[in-house]
Write a protein that binds this ligand. Structure first.
Ligand code: NAP
Length: 528
């Protein structure tokens, strides 16, 4: 199959022209449409991709861990083989700079390789063996548990990560690793980037001689495709990153099925940064510079963007606010991902600025597809009194909240919805900062998925111990992560085998343990 952009969807290993409406990508830097024309897929084409994914499930999950690891590595190789065409197209469709997209491609490829390593290591199946106790009254049967893939997964590509959270991004890598076929709904903002990566995945499917239904790519603009996809009976779970309204709509669609399915939607988060007094006094200006950089990186279009800063009112807080505004002042407006996201940012920033008891410290000039930094300040009382102040403003704007004491700061944290992250700026040698942090930690643990000290929340390591998730509305299900190897758990479910003859057991539960995979035997971890 050619790997160039033709405006096609990919179903059953072949490129097909959509049977729905036409649309084009849009270059937010040039503010003009980009060729070629794409056609949205029809409901019948969505059903075909899902049906094929259902057909592929049993043969795909029967592949060995090594075979699926090879497949993930092959996808990574095919993405790299796309060369500069991928980067150039992604730059045009997202307005993101080359260095960022090259970095994101590296992250995407490494993410695939990390899941390949996880498969080769083997413990992802969480094998457990409770040996038979025939003498016990009542006798205990031989019980063996492992996890299997849930079935075909629908993945929605994210606008703000055209590579790492899109066609072959974290959700797709996790689902494929789990043995689940994937049907991707490409984000309508970057259909060309999606098609290129989709063709790379299809080539990997072909080279690894997998069922062609293992992967499908649906193009289109408009919510009908997403809803049809989520409601197809073959689909067994959904991965989504985007708006709260989009995530809620897909959750409702999934819940309305005759067989409801889980939706792992990452939606909105304002990522509070808490400035403890010792840190503010010792290095307020340095923190302000780091905060300004974190707020504006990628024109603020990160789910981990620091949209809320909490501290205790006083001269150190005022000095921090002035230093942050000063650091942001020279920064120009940046091109946002889409005209719609830029409009939404401008509207939300304006709304924040117009709230009673909110003072604008800095408002840059935003227009067209460009968004400029905004910095605002209010008091703890006003924040607690106005729920609009805790809405996500997706872009480079942040609200500073001056609390009159630690009790009120804790109240503000309790008032927040679920978040992806919370950051504590503290002095490790300050007993009072440590005591304050100890008071805040139980509330932060309840509210967020990742707690950081003395850093900034943007920049999410793809690793084993990462959690990129959090209570609603940060995500629809705070029990999991969408980044790192823990993401595989979202697409798995346990199966227990009672007294099955050895010949019928899956390899990971058989004796002897030929691969030496870690298993929990009678409660203890062992490689035997
Ligand atoms: P979006 O509008 O939620 O779209 C994401 C994907 O879901 C797209 O494929 C979209 O289809 C589909 N979709 C949206 N609503 C749907 C519905 N009701 N039914 C079925 N499918 C639906 O998100 P976006 O375009 O990326 O950005 C819009 C806003 O989302 C931003 O301004 C920002 O506020 C928020 N956002 C937040 C994060 C975060 O990480 N917190 C990340 C990205 C965006 P189409 O492609 O056809 O529109």
């Amino acid at each position: 199959m050619s790997n160039s952009i033709k405006g096609e969807a990919l179903i059953g290993g072949v490129a097909v022209t959509g049977a729905g409406a036409t649309f084009k990508a849009f270059d937010p830097n040039l503010e003009q449409a980009i060729e070629p024309e794409f056609r949205a897929v029809s409901p019948a084409q969505v059903a075909e991709a899902c049906g094929l994914a259902g057909e592929a499930f049993d043969s795909f999950r029967a592949t060995t861990d090594d075979q699926r690891a090879d497949f993930l590595e092959q996808i990574a190789a095919q993405i790299l083989a796309l060369g500069d065409e991928l980067i150039v197209r992604a730059m045009a469709e997202s307005g993101l700079p080359r260095a960022r997209l090259e970095g994101e491609r590296g992250r995407t490829v490494n993410q695939l390789k990390l899941f390949a390593e996880l498969l080769r290591e083997g413990s992802w199946q969480d094998a457990r063996i409770d040996s038979a106790l025939p003498q016990r009254q009542p006798p205990r049967p031989d019980l063996r548990l492992r996890f299997i893939g849930v079935g075909p997964v629908a993945v929605f590509g994210a606008s703000n990560f055209p590579l790492a959270f899109s066609v072959a991004g974290g959700d797709t890598a996790a689902a494929l690793a789990a043995g689940c076929p994937v049907v991707v709904k490409a984000h309508s903002a970057h259909p060309g980037t999606s098609e290129l990566v989709g063709r790379a995945v299809v080539e990997a499917v072909r080279r690894c001689e997998l069922h062609p239904g293992t992967f499908g790519l649906l193009s289109g603009s408009g919510h009908g495709i997403g809803e049809t996809l989520v409601k197809h009976p073959a689909i067994q779970a959904v991965g989504f990153t985007g708006s709260r309204s989009g995530g809620l709509a897909l959750m409702a669609a999934a819940a309305s099925r005759s067989q409801p399915i889980p939706v792992y939607a990452e939606m909105s988060s304002i990522n509070p940064v808490v400035l403890l007094p010792g840190a503010l006094a010792a290095r307020g200006a340095e923190i302000a510079a780091g905060f300004a950089a974190s707020l504006t990186i990628g024109v603020g279009q990160f789910c981990t963007n620091p949209g809320l800063v909490l501290g205790l009112a006083g001269k150190d807080f005022d000095a921090f606010a002035a230093a942050a505004a000063e650091a942001l002042k020279p920064l120009p407006a940046g091109t946002m991902l889409t005209a719609g996201i830029a409009r939404a940012y401008q509207r939300a920033e304006e709304e924040l600025a117009s709230q009673p008891a909110v003072t604008s410290l800095l408002r840059g000039e935003s227009s067209g597809c460009k968004g400029a930094p905004g910095l605002f300040v209010t008091t703890g009382e006003s924040f607690l009194a106005n729920h609009l102040l805790s809405n996500e403003v997706f872009g480079p704007a942040s609200l500073l909240v001056a609390c009159h004491d630690l009790d009120q700061l804790l109240q503000v944290i309790e008032h927040l919805e679920g978040q992806l992250t919370a950051t504590l700026q503290l002095q490790e040698d300050s007993e009072s900062d440590l005591a304050a942090a100890r008071r805040l930690l139980p509330a932060l643990e309840r509210k967020v998925g990742r707690i950081l000290a003395n850093g900034f929340p943007t920049g999410v390591e793809v690793s084993t111990a990462m959690v990129h998730g959090g209570p609603f509305p940060a995500t629809s299900d705070g029990r999991s992560s969408s980044v790192g190897t823990a993401a595989i758990q979202r697409f798995l479910r346990p199966v227990s085998y009672q007294n099955l003859p050895r010949a019928l057991l899956p390899e990971v539960l058989r004796e002897p343990n030929e691969r030496g995979v870690w298993r929990r035997r009678d409660g203890l971890l062992t490689r035997n």
